[in-house]
Design a protein around this ligand. Structure first.
Ligand SMILES: [Zn+2]
Length: 120
């Protein structure tokens, strides 16, 4: 029997963590659509965050705005919008927090190839 390398063990552990986080979100969605509703579904999410102490505290930046919190804390954030807010719209190496700021910012850079969006 061959011994797994440290890298293989780490990849396996990260894969399991990612898998379980996806399954928690799926279970929450099932609870919402077919079970006891949205509040019960959120219990799945809260339990997952509470264990490792990951419930955002109210004084954390953007902790009361879901989209901005996601935009600021995702693994590879887009560049900050010119207004200072986190962005979820990327265009020509610039980031924008909303459609209005995207329209204003992208009007300055006339030609418009690919635009990317992430989040809800
Ligand atoms: Zn903005």
């Amino acid at each position: 029997m061959s011994e797994e390398s440290k890298e293989t063990k780490l990849i396996r552990q990260l894969d399991r963590m990612f898998h379980d986080h996806c399954v928690v979100m799926q279970a929450a969605w099932i609870e919402w659509k077919h079970g006891k509703g949205a509040d019960a579904a959120m219990q799945w999410i809260e339990n997952t965050l509470d264990g490792p102490g990951m419930i955002p505290s109210d004084d954390e930046p953007w902790a009361t705005e879901a989209q901005a919190y996601y935009d600021a804390n995702r693994s590879e954030p887009f560049p900050q919008c010119y207004c200072g807010r986190p962005s979820h719209i990327a265009h020509m190496s610039e980031g924008y927090c909303c459609d209005e700021h995207y329209r204003i910012g992208s009007a300055k850079a006339k030609d418009s190839p690919a635009t990317a969006r992430e989040g809800g």
